[in-house]
Design a protein around this ligand. Structure first.
Ligand code: PLP
Length: 453
């Protein structure tokens, strides 16, 4: 850090402040974790200086021997960790991984028959005219994915995301009463929509999904089952989600991030059946430029960490903590959508429990050293900015070794803070959606309790 400080004291100071922040505040953000120092050191080094477009042992740059070894190891470890037929470890993020997967599916399913009918043997050498014909077939294919408000991700067809330009998007929602994805209802919708891709996976859905059933349904209409396990990859690697709840045997293509429950460096990953491998490996030039060799190295380190027995213990502890936290919140009288959780996250309806928006609750808790994020709830009347809910996750606190006692204390702190938080009232007598009033004494008591954890 002295080196950084000598060039840029402001950046060095921000890094130190971030360290203090992550130590002082309770990290309950469901998509965050604490990666190991081994992962961080594998990432923060001279490998960043190397270009290596292509894939292992097939590069468009000279001098890639070491990157070849690193990427080949990361690929092999990813395949053995997840039991996948093929892995592509270059995506820089989960969003990139999804784009790579979309393009690979479009290419293999929509283009291949046409390439054959046009007698194009090699797409790389096809004429511009033939290429345009091929491209025309991939327009307006249908994507059926979980609605953003029901817990889907922006890259699953949200109207302001590139995925909604790439596809004719249809979405499924959770059941209004139970808050759960109703697979019978989804089957009906699948038969109506007949999409190219059925996309499963979520950012804010607290329940497990039956991928065996989803694959069966996808097969009925000839759709590709794509699963985005960005949030729960660590629960798959750690063997919490097994059998029909493990997407790897059932999905044609699986995408992920590497930095959430998986506890690796920030990055993305695509796993697929062999039939998609050739197209997935074309992530560059389809979406990406050069890979990030330092991040590939850190991914390899993290995959090795996740293949140890201790990681299984960790993954099970994440879910146990999440379930204890959900039950403790219910015991405190809070409204927990779906009545609990099967995974690393849970939702709270703070509009119903406290008359607050998610934004007010998020900010009030942050004042008390509890960091979590507001989240839209299904059919949310407060929209994606203010929201009616909070999303809480246990991966980071579980990494710190916290257990049931701490989870119950956290539920009690949350209840204490939010029951003392009131929406500010404007001069015209209207309750604000953003501003709130929280007594300083309450803050002091809550902070002391957080420090005690
Ligand atoms: N997919 C899902 C389900 C996610 O929850 C996220 C991130 O929150 C992403 C993809 C995107 O990951 P990234 O932020 O690395 O682009």
């Amino acid at each position: 850090l002295d080196q950084v400080n000598s060039v840029s004291p402001t950046i060095a100071a921000s890094i130190i402040k971030e360290l203090q922040d992550q130590r002082q505040n309770l990290k309950l953000i469901a998509s965050e974790n604490y990666s190991s120092l081994a992962t961080q050191f594998a990432m923060g080094n001279l490998l960043t200086d190397k270009y290596a477009e292509g894939h292992p042992y097939h590069r468009f740059y000279a001098g890639c021997d070491n990157v070849d070894a690193i990427e080949a190891e990361a690929v092999e470890l990813a395949c053995s960790l997840f039991g996948a037929e093929h892995a592509y470890v270059q995506p820089h993020s989960g969003a990139d991984a999804n784009l790579v997967a979309f393009l690979a599916i479009l290419s293999s399913k929509a283009q291949k028959p046409l390439l054959e009918s046009l007698n194009i043997e090699n797409i790389s050498t096809a004429s511009r005219e033939d290429w345009n014909k091929v491209r025309a077939t991939v327009q307006n294919q249908r994507l059926l994915a979980l609605d953003y408000y029901s817990g889907g991700h922006l890259t699953h067809g949200y109207r302001h995301n590139i995925s909604s330009t790439l596809f004719d998007v249809y979405s499924y929602t959770v059941d209004q009463e139970s808050g759960l994805i109703d697979l019978d209802q989804l089957r009906k919708q699948l038969h109506e929509v007949r999409p190219l891709i059925l996309l499963a996976g979520y950012s804010a859905y607290p329940r497990k999904l039956n991928f065996a059933k989803m694959r069966e349904m996808a097969d009925e209409v000839g759709a590709i089952l794509m699963v985005d396990m960005a949030h729960f990859a660590g629960l798959v690697a750690g063997k919490v989600f097994t059998g029909e709840y493990n997407p790897i045997p059932y999905a044609h293509v699986v995408t992920s991030t590497t930095h959430k429950t998986l506890r690796g460096p920030r990055g993305g990953l695509v796993l697929c059946k062999q039939e998609f491998a050739e197209w997935v490996d074309k992530g560059c030039p389809a979406i990406l430029g050069g890979p990030l060799p330092h991040v590939l190295a850190a991914k390899a380190v993290a995959f090795r960490e996740a293949s140890k027995p201790e990681f299984e213990t960790y993954a099970h502890a994440i879910v146990e903590n999440s379930q204890v936290l959900a039950q403790a919140c219910i015991d405190e009288g809070l409204q927990v959508p779906t009545g609990g959780t099967d995974n690393h996250l849970l939702l709270l309806n703070v509009a119903q429990s406290f008359g607050l928006t998610g934004r007010q609750a998020e900010a009030a808790l942050r004042d008390c050293q509890v960091t979590l994020n507001r989240n839209s709830l299904p059919f949310d009347v407060n929209g994606p900015w203010y929201t009616s809910g909070l999303r809480l996750g246990t991966p980071a606190l579980t990494t710190l070794g916290m257990g049931g006692t701490e989870m119950r204390e956290i539920a009690s702190i949350i209840k204490y803070v939010l029951s003392h938080t009131k929406p500010s009232v404007t001069a015209s007598g209207k309750a604000s959606l953003a501003k709130y009033v929280l007594d300083e004494n309450v803050q002091a008591v809550a902070r002391k309790r957080v420090d005690g954890l």
